[in-house]
Ligand binder design. Structure first.
Ligand SMILES: [Zn+2]
Length: 637
């Protein structure tokens, strides 16, 4: 199944309460909304977290109040209209199965069920649940309905591990040992999920298979190689993990990996799917644009109400936002230029929760996006595969380097690469960054750097005069203490043909904590000091940029503009309507295009060459414009 640009995820977790659900369900109105939003793919519910199915299942439980074959009717209508249809199936959250079959539940090491206090129970894929319920239901769906694929949600063994009798018995049979908490148990849980997904893959036959959270920053591969495309759920309301930055980071991370991927956001402001608020057109356009500009396919989540009905206003707004990105579809695709790699490493278990993201990652994304830098977020595999193509590699503070990555980076530096490492284990506290005539109060302590022969101090630090101890907090970030002796803030250590740069402070964590714009300037100076010049400069703030090569003869620069209101929703800024403006763009390029066109408007844009840069006046008429540069194939200057 080809993954289309726009998709709608229709969430239908509908419990069976004393008041009947679907009381005023109107199938004609429901189908009208699907036509109204006009997504090219739609995910319809086959079974929800409560264990209720939305089709007349024989193997499972049909929702008590279901008025019709909702899955079958909608799938047939959508298919007739040329849409792609996925059937949603909740795997490990299944209230009904957990209630009726306590022996199927995931248990912790003390034999307590997971999620018992929540609205749905958690069941184990090593129990008979798979053979008695999941696989027979999936076979029904495959056999009965004209769907293109299966969407598996909650492919999740609890991160602390499952110690149910089925897991214990299986582990004993496989290893001859008892199952105990630790790395062995985590490997076992991961392999259990892989085995379950392979069985599902087999049951799905020729249909496409995808799974939510099949890939994401910091997560080991686990099931990513079993599915047909990657799906990452990412919402700006996950504020502590980056807000809007998180969508960009996840998209960059997937793009660096190279497989087709879809990022799911939601129409709701809050992080909860059941919250029925509606983002503005502007906000949805911004989020969709960020995803599309970084090579992703866009999916938006909606939620049916307890009646099963959909909201017409929501689907009208979704249509406008889907159309906005579709207008840019002819100019999407290609390969992002590799300039700076941010190494994320595999920090978590599968599935990795965004709550676990270390602040250094969104902080680094914020720094680089704030500088309009061209960068990617890389897993170990993506980094090792493409290392030679990057001008610099950044390792944010707190990122562990596995042996294979460490030795590859040593070789990369030896061959002329630039590696910038932030320190780990920095104590809390304060210090002052001194550089370029500026003294910036930092909101972390620092790790002293050892100076060796041949090292070059590239900027300075001063410890604070008064050690941080509330209430002695420096009252203003611009406060400059009288000078004690400075210490190295960063050193450049020549290694072979390249440079290893070590900083005494984590810029990323500081930027995440303060958003101090002076840190942008300081970080830019640090990069330029070691020869990493920006791929593009823009005279106006607020752009996310992606330079994409489409073969030898064309490149496209995607500009997505961020304009935020002061008021916030769920802790993150609301996007305001875009006001057109013009700004100056300088692109570092050895080549000279024969034509520059603003897309999707199709307007010719004049340009000039100044030294190593191509200069344009960019009319940012809409929040997402694409500058298309066309070259003669032999167009080297
Ligand atoms: Zn288990």
């Amino acid at each position: 199944m080809e993954l289309p640009l726009t998709a709608l995820h229709l969430d239908y977790h509908i419990p069976e309460l004393s008041i009947p659900a679907f009381g005023r369900f109107d199938m004609a109105h429901y189908l009208e909304q699907l036509r109204r939003s006009d997504a090219e793919a739609v995910t319809l519910f086959a079974k929800d977290h409560f264990g209720n199915s939305f089709y007349p299942t024989r193997a499972g439980h049909r929702h008590r109040d279901l008025p019709c074959d909702l899955l079958g009717t909608a799938a047939a209508e959508l298919r007739k209209a040329g849409k792609r249809v996925l059937a949603y199936y909740s795997l490990c959250w299944e209230k009904r199965a957990a209630d009726l079959h306590p022996e199927w539940r995931q248990l912790d090491a003390e034999n307590r069920p997971f999620g018992a206090e929540g609205p749905w129970g958690t069941v184990c894929v090593n129990s008979p649940y798979m053979e008695e319920l999941v696989l027979p239901q999936l076979r029904e769906i495959v056999e009965w309905y004209p769907v293109h694929g299966i969407f598996i949600d909650i492919a999740m063994m609890n991160p602390q591990g499952c110690f149910c009798p089925h897991c214990r018995e299986r582990f004993r049979a496989e290893t001859g040992r008892e199952l105990t908490p630790g790395p062995g148990q985590r490997r076992f849980a991961a392999e259990s999920m892989r085995r379950a997904l392979r069985k599902i893959r087999e049951a799905a036959g020729s249909l496409a298979l995808c799974a939510n959270a099949s890939w994401g920053i910091g997560q080991p591969v686990e099931i990513a190689d079993i599915v047909d495309f990657l799906v990452v759920e990412s919402q700006p309301a996950h504020v502590s993990s980056g807000g809007y930055l998180l969508q960009m980071m996840q998209a960059k991370y997937c793009h660096a990996d190279g497989r087709p991927f879809q990022i799911i956001t939601v129409r709701f402001h809050g992080g909860g799917w059941g919250e029925l608020s509606l983002k503005s057109r502007e906000q949805l356009c911004y989020e969709f644009s960020l995803i599309a500009a970084h090579g992703g396919r866009v999916c938006c989540g909606d939620q049916g109400d307890y009646d099963g009905n959909l909201d017409a206003g929501t689907h009208r707004t979704l249509r406008e936002a889907f159309d906005f990105v579709r207008e840019r579809e002819p100019f999407l695709g290609g390969r992002a230029r590799r300039h700076i790699a941010v190494y994320c490493g595999e920090q978590g278990s599968f599935p990795f929760s965004v709550d676990e993201l270390p602040p250094e990652l969104p902080g680094m994304a914020g720094l680089l996006a704030g500088l309009n830098e061209q960068f990617e977020f890389c897993s170990s595999a993506a980094l090792l595969r493409n290392l030679e193509h990057y001008a610099a590699v950044l390792v944010p503070g707190g990122t562990a380097l596995p042996e294979a990555v460490r030795s590859a980076l040593d070789a990369y530096v030896g061959n002329g690469g630039v590696l910038i490492r932030e320190p780990s284990g920095v104590p809390e506290g304060h210090c002052y960054w001194e550089d370029g005539g500026e003294t910036i109060l930092l909101r972390t302590g620092y790790r002293p750097l050892e100076l060796r022969d041949g090292d070059r101090v590239i900027t300075g630090l001063r410890p604070p005069l008064v050690p941080y101890a509330p209430p002695g907090v420096p009252w203003r970030s611009s406060f400059t203490p009288p000078a004690p002796e400075g210490v190295p803030g960063a050193v450049a250590r020549p290694r072979g043909a390249g440079l290893l740069i070590e900083t005494a402070v984590p810029f990323s964590r500081n930027f995440w904590r303060t958003g101090d714009t002076r840190l942008l300037r300081a970080f830019r100076r640090l990069l330029e000091e070691v020869g990493i010049t920006p791929a593009v400069r823009i005279s106006a703030p607020g752009f996310d940029v992606n330079i994409v090569d489409d073969g030898d003869a064309r490149e496209r620069i995607h500009f997505v503009h961020y304009s935020a209101e002061r008021n916030t929703m769920a802790g993150y800024p609301v996007i305001r309507p875009h006001t057109p403006f013009t700004c100056r763009v300088s692109l570092r390029s050895r080549r000279c295009p024969f034509r520059a066109t603003l897309q999707p408007a199709g307007r010719n844009i004049p340009f000039s060459r100044e030294g190593e840069e191509l200069c344009f006046e960019l009319p940012a008429d809409t929040p997402y414009v694409i500058l298309e540069l066309e070259y003669q194939p032999e167009g080297e200057l």
